[in-house]
Design a protein around this ligand. Structure first.
Ligand code: ATP
Length: 235
């Protein structure tokens, strides 16, 4: 479904992604794990069109999308939930969800999809009219994911959904990621929390200072001594 081939991304003269290749097949949850500053967010931003690679190609379904405008990429079915959530804090939960459908004009279906998001996230249902800025961190993460789902993505890019959240909430968020996947959305999940990410993923890549250093099934990576020592707290 998505094939990233040999991309290089720079910020000025900082070489943030070095010859990165990876692929995501339809129906999978693929995770990219790595430390702070390894280049995870940069990769998602490049896929969703916020950054342009200097070299390399990104093939999504049958289209070449590298360097294409972000809005066209969303329209073709890729939604990005950025790090730090970024909900519109002065708007209600429901208004945020409506905004997620801004590229659509099927009013009746949008209403039904909002109901579906509420079924997936009952916490948001209870808080429909609440201003988003007053939600807890976990609820804001749920809202950011719900808003992305309102674009009806085929591929969902999630940037560190666990960041700053209590373990119980992280567990809930990851259960929802699995549900969304089971309902037919392919997921590329970027995480520092390798334990949680590997527990839900089919396959995984490890990125270090802009390079992919390991890849395999999630199970292989969970059992790898290198991954255990560096990312799973030496367990
Ligand atoms: P984190 O989880 O901390 O965001 P990350 O793996 O997502 O880490 P990136 O944010 O992709 O890492 O950053 C990769 C590298 O690019 C880092 O060295 C970072 O300092 C650099 N970088 C990121 N954004 C910019 C920017 N706007 N300008 C210059 N350098 C940047």
């Amino acid at each position: 479904m998505l094939q990233v081939n040999n991309i290089d991304v720079f910020y000025g003269n900082i070489h943030a992604l070095k010859d990165i290749s990876l692929e995501v097949n339809e129906g999978e949850i693929v995770t990219l794990i790595g430390a702070n500053g390894a280049g995870k967010s940069t990769l998602l931003k490049t896929i969703s069109g916020l950054l342009k690679p200097k070299h390399g190609h990104i093939l999504y379904l049958t289209q070449q999308i590298a360097g294409k405008p972000a809005q066209g990429i969303v329209k073709s079915g890729i939604s990005h939930v950025p790090e730090g959530r970024r909900v519109f804090s002065n708007m209600s939960v429901e208004e945020n969800l409506e905004l997620g459908a801004y590229l659509r004009n099927d009013r009746e279906q949008i209403k039904k999809d909002i109901q579906q998001v509420y079924e997936l996230f009952p916490r948001l249902d209870e808080r429909r009219k609440q201003l988003s800025g007053t939600l807890s961190g976990g609820e804001q993460q749920m809202l950011a994911m719900g808003r992305a789902l309102m674009a009806k993505p085929k591929l969902l890019l999630l940037d560190e959904p666990s960041m700053g959240l209590a373990p119980l909430i992280v567990k809930q968020i990851f259960e929802i990621i699995q549900m969304v996947n089971q309902q037919g959305t392919t997921v590329l999940l970027v995480e520092q929390n390798a334990n949680m990410a590997l527990s839900v993923a089919d396959r995984a890549y490890v990125i270090e200072t802009g390079k992919i250093v390991l890849s395999g099934t999630a199970k292989e990576l969970q059992e790898s001594e290198e991954v255990k020592a560096a990312y799973l707290g030496g367990l």
